[in-house]
Design a protein around this ligand. Structure first.
Ligand SMILES: [Zn+2]
Ligand SMILES: [Zn+2]
Length: 231
């Protein structure tokens, strides 16, 4: 906190990033009000493996039963809908770069709650250079930096995107898998710890996280955990 913060707070009182309320902000996040925090917290009945919602009594969803993801477990702030979807959209497509702070804090809170074994580094899912040029910032890297600071872990930009998977959202689930296969490589000069936290804004089919994770495992990482904002 800088010396200016109290003054800035007085001039521009903090508001909830979701509902713009100025009330009930005295919590660990500070920019998400208590009712919104409650609403975007802890999706219930999620797959223990990939955080897919509504699995009912089963511990893992049917997709995880059939397919072995490269990552050991995943967590998200909440489901990609409602106010969280709006915030992610603003963050990614409407220049809402400042949302990296609160969204990264929300993800960190979820990682702490997941009680995973000790992690050694945060690795962002890389953005293709063309995309970076278009957006002006790398949304997964900014999140990873906030999460690294929150969890006191180094951020390692070890993953490199070797092919653009631009049209990802327009493809069907099966095509997404083929589209992302072989899209990543690692930087051999960056040393990686035994256990890493892979960070992205979204987890949908899990294809991106799977292949990014697989690339990290091939590079010698023992276990990959995944944390995202929306699921
Ligand atoms: Zn709110
Ligand atoms: Zn699952």
């Amino acid at each position: 906190m800088s010396l200016l913060t109290p003054l800035l707070d007085l001039l521009f009182p903090p508001r909830c990033i979701f509902c713009r309320s100025r009330n009930h902000l005295e919590n660990e996040i500070g920019t998400v009000c208590d009712p919104c925090l409650e609403e975007v917290s802890d999706p219930q009945n999620c797959c223990r493996r990939c955080a897919y919602p509504h699995v009912g009594q089963a511990e893992v969803c049917s997709a995880c039963g059939d397919r072995a993801f490269s990552f050991s477990a995943a967590c998200s702030v909440s489901l990609y809908r409602g106010k969280l979807k709006k915030a992610i959209h603003k963050y990614k497509y409407k220049g809402g770069k400042d949302l990296a702070g609160p969204l990264g804090q929300l993800v960190s809170r979820q990682v702490r709650r997941s009680q995973w074994p000790a992690l050694g580094a945060v690795v962002p899912v890389p953005l293709h250079p063309d995309k970076l040029l278009e957006r002006g910032y790398d949304q997964a890297l900014l999140l990873a930096q906030v999460i690294g600071a929150e969890l006191e872990l180094p951020v390692k930009k070890s993953l490199i995107r070797t092919k653009s998977t631009d049209s990802q959202t327009k493809l069907g689930a099966a095509h997404r898998w083929n589209n992302v296969a072989g899209a990543f490589d690692t930087d051999p000069d960056i040393e990686l710890p035994k256990r890493v936290l892979l960070v992205d804004d979204l987890l949908t089919t899990g294809a991106t996280a799977h292949f990014a994770g697989q690339t990290l495992l091939k590079a010698g990482v023992g276990e990959v955990y995944v944390a995202v904002v929306g699921r």
